[in-house]
Write a protein that binds this ligand. Structure first.
Ligand code: ZN
Length: 507
């Protein structure tokens, strides 16, 4: 029987009265999905996916879409549940006043027509043809970009004679989509189901069918025609995009309720909430797992207080970083000094964090490399902290000491002090390592020495490498003469972080 294809011809072309009697008998057998008439040719398999029973799948998707619309009306509109789903996918404020909201009323009326269209229009007066044939040659159009074929399309056509004609066409992605019932069964069997399920994993054939139904003017009736809205250059389609558009872009409710997929996502959200007992988030980023590796050579380490450079480094990283960018961002601190350290950030493909999120990740992570390595000493060999997504390393942070230092780390601070009486002046030689050395003596040692009088001929020199006593630098200067100077210089050394038991020799 070719009843369906017969009827799809515009009546004017037939020039014969419509075969009402035979249609009635055929449709009565299909009454469970009236007024949707599924194209007969869909009984035959498509050679590209011949295991799919197309007719069956289309029929069940129509039935399921109606069932899901009914469930949404009952639990949302009648029982007042699912306020969060309505806020997320329909932009209807979750404050209990939805029944007074004109847009909520519109959603209600549109979903009622999905659910009850068969009861509302006189039997056989109107119908919606559901096709598996690409009647307008649109299935292979790349609407969302390469290799993103559309799931289906809908057309409202006004024929000069015969009035409005409604067609829904389903394309390959529809036939590949899972059913809502199978998804609702499958997910709870997964061990970490609650933490891993997301609406983006729950796209289904009934939802796609509902999307196309929403474009049909028989459904929206005297209300505005429902379109696919655009956001960021793409259709507002799928849960993550609808939710982002509604929640982050703050799309107007008037636009949201005129977007076909808003209905699909809302109805899906209600359906899966009723199955799971909670509303899954629109999507889940695969969580990043972090791993700390302490490292560095024995003779390369920095002072724990050099974590003061983290803020500057992370600000630079965030300024230079863009999601999806790759490569290294590095900064060096205390260059040319024993404390010379390099901070480094390396990102690989797949990183989706935003710059402000990277800033936070950086300021949280760098102190771990400092303080969770070498926990028992003030000296830090550095290391690396890597964030991975599954098997893939995405972001790595490094703290890398760059200068050779005393090895092993002296248990006692290296320090030696001599003061010599030179008749016109006293002169001092101070030798140190691991203290007061990261600023050419300017921060503490020199100011403290000035307590002993005017310092002249001041010299501060770094050694290429530490000597056998761990000495990294040497300071020299002259002071006014006086018997008190031996003790005064000693105190200046101690107050600058030098060994507390140091004594100043010489004579
Ligand atoms: Zn659409």
């Amino acid at each position: 029987m070719r009843i369906f294809s017969f009827l799809t011809l515009p009546l004017v072309a037939l020039a014969i009265p419509p075969p009402t009697a035979s249609l009635r008998s055929a449709v009565e057998k299909r009454e469970d999905f009236f007024p949707y008439l599924v194209e007969d040719v869909c009984h035959q398999p498509d050679s590209r996916f011949d295991q799919v029973q197309r007719y069956d799948k289309m029929l069940k998707a129509v039935q399921k879409a109606r069932e899901m619309a009914k469930l949404a009306l009952k639990e949302w509109w009648d029982e007042g549940k699912h306020g969060e789903a309505a806020a997320t996918y329909l932009a209807i404020p979750n404050n209990g006043t939805y029944k007074d909201n004109e847009y909520a009323q519109r959603v209600h009326a549109n979903l009622q027509n999905v659910a009850l269209l068969d009861e509302r229009i006189p039997f056989l007066s109107r119908k919606i043809d559901v096709h598996c044939t690409d009647i307008s040659d649109k299935c292979n159009r790349e609407v969302e970009g390469p290799n993103r074929p559309i799931g289906g399309y809908a057309e409202n056509t006004n024929h000069f004679v015969g009035g409005w004609h409604y067609d829904v066409v389903l394309c390959m992605p529809f036939f590949m989509a899972d059913t809502p019932d199978h998804l609702a069964e499958y997910w709870p069997t997964q061990s970490d189901f609650r933490e891993s399920v997301a609406m983006s994993f729950l796209e289904n054939d009934a939802g796609k069918m509902l999307h196309e139904m929403m474009h049909i003017d028989l459904i929206s009736a005297d209300r505005p025609h429902i379109i696919d809205q655009f956001y960021n250059g793409a259709r507002v389609y799928t849960a993550p995009i609808v939710a982002d558009w509604v929640l982050n872009y703050k799309a107007k409710t008037a636009d949201v309720v005129q977007n076909a997929d808003s209905y699909t996502q809302f109805v899906n959200a209600v359906f899966f909430t009723s199955k799971f007992g909670f509303l899954p988030p629109p999507q889940r980023e695969v969580p990043l797992t972090g791993k700390l590796e302490c490292g560095g050579a024995n003779n390369e380490y920095v002072d724990k207080t050099q974590d003061k450079y983290i803020e500057d480094f992370c600000t630079n990283v965030a300024a230079e970083y863009q999601p999806g960018s790759i490569g290294e961002i590095a900064r060096q601190y205390d260059e040319g000094l024993p404390e010379h350290v390099r901070f480094r950030f390396y990102r690989r493909p797949g990183g989706k964090l935003l710059p402000n999120e990277i800033k936070k990740q950086c300021t949280d992570t760098m102190p771990k490399i400092f303080h969770e390595c070498d926990t028992s000493t003030n000296w830090k060999h550095g290391g690396a902290y890597t964030f991975s997504k599954g098997q893939d390393d995405i972001y790595t942070y490094y703290v890398e000491p760059r200068h050779e230092r005393p090895d092993p780390i002296p248990t006692k601070l290296p320090g030696k002090c001599d003061v010599w009486y030179k008749f016109w002046y006293d002169e001092f030689y101070i030798y140190g390592g691991l203290w007061a050395g990261n600023d050419w003596g300017q921060g503490q040692l020199l100011p403290n020495l000035r307590r002993c009088g005017i310092v002249s001929e001041w010299r501060f020199t770094y050694k290429e490498e530490p000597d056998k006593d761990g000495v990294e630098w040497e300071a020299y200067g002259r002071l006014p003469i006086g018997a008190q100077q031996w003790n005064c210089v000693r105190q200046a050394v101690v107050d600058s972080g030098g060994p507390s038991d140091i004594g100043c020799g010489g004579s």
